[in-house]
Design a protein around this ligand. Structure first.
Ligand SMILES: [Fe+2]
Length: 127
């Protein structure tokens, strides 16, 4: 909730270290995702067409903001992209297992180099 009555609201005692900035940006990122959820829930909860349209538009703007924070995190935290790629690889492997792929081989930081399918449908996406 806004705390405008407090004249010291938003005042900071000092500049942040890089690690503190990274943690702050992670919190800012999560606030954007929370805003997307809130605006979409409100859009779902109304039949008013202009309110629904505005809420969805703002939710999509928050998704852009989330992307900006994610990009900023990647710039501030050198290992961020590696962890994101690792997470993406894990999901890709689970997807391949779920869809009946035999083996998925990866090289470097998440680049897909080979996929052998056993009749699943995912292989056609990589050709
Ligand atoms: Fe935002």
């Amino acid at each position: 909730m806004p705390d405008f009555a407090n004249p010291f609201s938003g005042m900071v005692p000092r500049k942040m270290t890089n690690e503190e900035l990274i943690r702050a940006i992670r919190l800012d990122f999560s606030a954007e995702e929370e805003a997307v959820h809130l605006y979409m829930a409100h859009a779902d909860a109304t039949d008013d067409p202009i309110a629904k349209k505005v809420l969805i538009d703002i939710a999509n703007e928050e998704r852009v903001h989330a992307g900006e924070f994610q990009r900023l995190l990647s710039m501030l935290a050198p290992d961020e992209e590696m962890f994101l790629a690792q997470g993406a690889d894990e999901v890709n492997k689970m997807q391949a297992e779920t869809e009946g792929a035999e083996q998925v081989a990866y090289e470097g930081e998440g680049e897909l180099i080979e996929q052998k399918e056993t009749g699943g449908t995912i292989g056609s996406l990589f050709e």
